[in-house]
Ligand binder design. Structure first.
Ligand code: DER
Length: 216
């Protein structure tokens, strides 16, 4: 599996242009991208990072990490996913970085998603859907999800996001309309962000097969 992640992560370098400020996601596939980015760091201005974890890796390579408020809109965002359906809709949040990932994806012109083949699914939902919640709302959100979606919310106990919030993972969903479910879950008071990247899906998906497959 990590070979597929490496192949996809390294292929994504082809989307980096001289002078770019690159939006950088989070996770083990992105780690391969960051390591490849380090080899061409002289060609880029810097990066906007989606997590403390990625910031640490970028800085260790001597890549400048910039504030999205200072950079404004970005040309490119590269990030992994936990699941990807044929419509390039994604489940993300396995690494609990979904909120900042979603912010940078929204601010970016092109979202390139890098995955190993195992992440490709016909329908989203086998991977439990992460939702970032304000701690005081954990039970309210869980009850509402149980009553309105049939999903089984499980508190990711012991995990606090970079924003100081908690994560619920919703099991037993079969997400045939990801855009609609994303909108419904976003409405629940206490929900900070939903790990469905559907309204703003990936523009390009690179699958780490022996010869990487580019879906665009
Ligand atoms: O948390 C996230 O959204 C990550 O991007 C995750 O979805 C992918 O992590 P991986 O590359 O380690 O499988």
């Amino acid at each position: 599996m990590s070979e597929g992640k490496r192949l996809a992560g390294e292929k994504a370098i082809e989307y980096v242009e001289d002078g770019m400020i690159v939006g950088v996601g989070t996770g083990s596939t992105v780690a391969f991208f960051i390591d490849a980015l380090a080899k061409i760091k002289h060609r880029i201005e810097g990066a906007v990072s989606s997590s403390d974890q990625s910031t640490e890796r970028l800085r260790a390579h001597g890549i400048e990490v910039l504030d999205l408020n200072a950079t404004g809109p970005l040309s490119l965002y590269v990030d992994g996913a936990d699941e990807c359906d044929p419509g390039k809709h994604l489940i993300k949040g396995g690494g609990a970085a979904l909120t900042r990932e979603k912010i940078i994806a929204e601010a970016s012109e092109k979202f390139v998603c890098i995955i190993d083949p195992a992440k490709q699914v016909p329908v989203l939902g086998a991977f439990p859907l992460p939702i970032e919640v304000i701690p005081m709302a954990r039970s309210l959100v869980a009850r509402t999800i149980l009553e309105t979606t049939g999903g089984q919310p499980v508190w990711r106990e012991g995990v606090k996001t970079d924003n100081g919030n908690w994560v619920l993972d919703i099991h037993n969903l079969s997400i045939t309309d990801p855009v609609a479910l994303e909108a419904r879950l976003n409405q629940i008071p206490g929900v900070v962000s939903v790990g469905l990247f559907a309204r703003r899906k990936a523009d390009v998906v690179i699958v780490g097969t022996a010869t990487p497959t580019v879906l665009d």
